[in-house]
Design a protein around this ligand. Structure first.
Ligand code: FAD
Length: 468
């Protein structure tokens, strides 16, 4: 009997649990629901939405080669998902709906509503766990709680991981399914299309696999030394692909094991460090599922709810536009706006600068990131922001503030990244670019620092101390 597979953030044929399970039971009919208005309501911007669409187009092509039709429907919001899917299932006499689970609150609610509708109609539905090694709730502390700290989570993850959990699911076989034509991609709203940065550096689809190969061949052995330097392509740059499931974390981990004598946590130190980043990714998915308050604009640390953030629209605009007068911060923000991606070191530096130096509500920064990031993903973004703002799990102690100038001399030692993204400072000798003298700033049209580091630090400490 016909199996309906609903794709969402799992845009791949290979190692896709829902697709493999469906294909094992019968011919497959694939469906994707485009809901740009809902994605925007969740804060995603043009870059990610455009990448999503390109990913669906690539998926349609790959499915087409196996003669698996892909139906595409535009829906206004998640509320329309149950009736749209139910109508398709009835029209095509599908037996069961398959999908891979997503863990943030609204996605779980949407999926529960879909499953309730299917069950009320006497149809089967199955939510598969695919995006993470352990379903949320499978790894808990000794007291039976979700982990609120990364290190013990990671230890438990490594203790319990098995080859079986990481086994790759088969790609579906070619099928013969007569009479159902694939449907074209719905048009993208002109305003969104205009805003999207054409991402030739992010070709959509399972081309991600080549990127993984490239990382393992050329970058992974230097990962430990190079991953913190924004001016070096030292990381995998796989985040957009992982966020939309164009590659699976299992494919990543299997490739690591193949290079590393079957090991994940030992052996090559660069590979082990990289695996750790994938465990961070999983950790934040568990946090989103286990502490749903973080999905409701709440801090993980409830004691920080009363923190008095400053109302400072001018400061916020200067941060967004990369004119805080701190060259490394400005370079990172300009990279984000110009490319839809920012290096991890700079995500930490710029996020902490907004939340601590400017003492502006981290949620404004979180939203700005999500609107621009091509890899924008709720759990990782929220986790990273709350970390930087000292409101989250593992949060940096509130009294720790990166000194942006020190970060600059350490992680962009030749100030080449700065020269690229803040070209008005390029005429200066490299050492002067980290913190140009006032006269040079005036001459080059570069702003003075918007806040003074020590004073900003005192102000942030006072605000946190006032929480008692
Ligand atoms: P690599 O170093 O090659 O890491 C491999 C993969 O591990 C990444 O692709 C990503 O999937 C995962 N990963 C790495 N670091 C983290 C982390 N700290 N938390 C969760 N997963 C991680 N990552 C996103 O994917 N989407 C986001 O929206 C996002 N927002 C962030 C916001 C802030 C404030 C901070 C501090 C971090 C954020 N990150 C986010 C995490 C991290 O910055 C990116 O995943 C990373 O820079 C992507 O580059 P890469 O693929 O080359 O990473």
């Amino acid at each position: 009997a016909l199996q309906l597979v609903w794709f969402r953030s799992d845009l791949r044929l290979n190692d896709n649990r829902a697709l493999a399970a469906a294909a094992a039971r019968g011919p497959v009919l694939a469906v994707f629901l485009h809901s740009p208005a809902q994605w925007q309501a969740h804060g995603h911007g043009a870059n990610k939405i455009d990448f999503w669409r390109r990913g669906v187009a690539a998926l349609a092509e790959a499915l087409g080669e196996l003669n698996i039709p892909l139906l595409q429907r535009g829906i206004a919001d998640f509320d329309a998902a149950p009736r749209t899917l139910l109508a398709l299932a009835r029209e095509h006499h599908a037996e069961t709906l398959h999908f891979n689970r997503e863990y943030p609150l609204n996605e779980r609610r949407r999926d529960a509503a879909v499953q309730a509708a299917f069950s009320a109609a006497g149809l089967g539905s199955h939510g598969h766990h695919d995006a993470v090694a352990f379903a949320p709730g499978e790894l808990l502390t000794g007291k039976g709680d979700y982990y609120g700290v990364f290190t013990p989570f990671a230890k438990a993850w490594h203790r319990h991981i098995t080859a079986e959990r990481l086994a790759l699911a088969d790609a579906p076989p070619a099928q013969t399914l007569p009479g159902i034509p694939s449907e074209p991609l719905p048009a993208l709203d002109a305003a969104l299309a205009d805003e999207a940065i054409v991402g030739h550096q992010w070709p959509a689809g399972e081309a991600a696999a080549d990127r993984l190969g490239h990382f393992l061949r050329y970058r992974s052995r230097h990962y430990l030394e190079q991953r913190d330097f924004p001016g070096v392509h030292g990381t995998s740059e796989l985040s957009p692909y992982l966020a939309l499931g164009m590659i699976s974390y299992r494919q990543c981990l299997n490739a690591v094991m193949a290079e590393n004598d079957g090991q994940l946590n030992e052996g090559d130190a660069g590979l082990a460090a990289w695996v750790n980043e994938l465990v961070w990714r999983e950790f934040y998915q568990h946090v989103a599922a286990g502490f749903p308050r973080v999905c409701r604009y709440q801090p993980f640390k409830q004691g920080t709810l009363a923190l008095e953030w400053r109302d400072d629209d001018e400061g916020f605009a200067a941060w967004c536009e990369g004119r805080t007068g701190y060259p490394l911060v400005d370079a990172g923000m300009r990279q984000l706006v110009a490319t839809g991606w920012m290096h991890n070191r700079l995500r930490m530096v710029t996020a902490m600068f907004l939340a601590k130096h400017l003492l502006i509500d981290w949620r404004r920064g979180e939203a700005f990131f999500l609107r621009h990031l091509v890899d924008g993903e709720f759990a990782a973004n929220n986790g990273g922001w709350q970390w930087a703002a000292s409101t989250g799990t593992d949060a940096v102690p509130y009294f720790r503030l990166f000194n942006p100038t020190t970060q600059s001399t350490r992680f962009d030692p030749d100030a080449e990244f700065i020269a690229h993204w803040v070209p008005e400072l390029a005429p200066l000798p490299p050492r002067a670019r980290h913190n140009p003298p006032a006269a040079e700033r005036g001459r080059l049209g570069y702003p003075r620092p918007i806040v003074e580091h020590k004073a900003a630090r005192q102000r942030a400490l006072a605000a946190f101390k006032a929480l008692g």
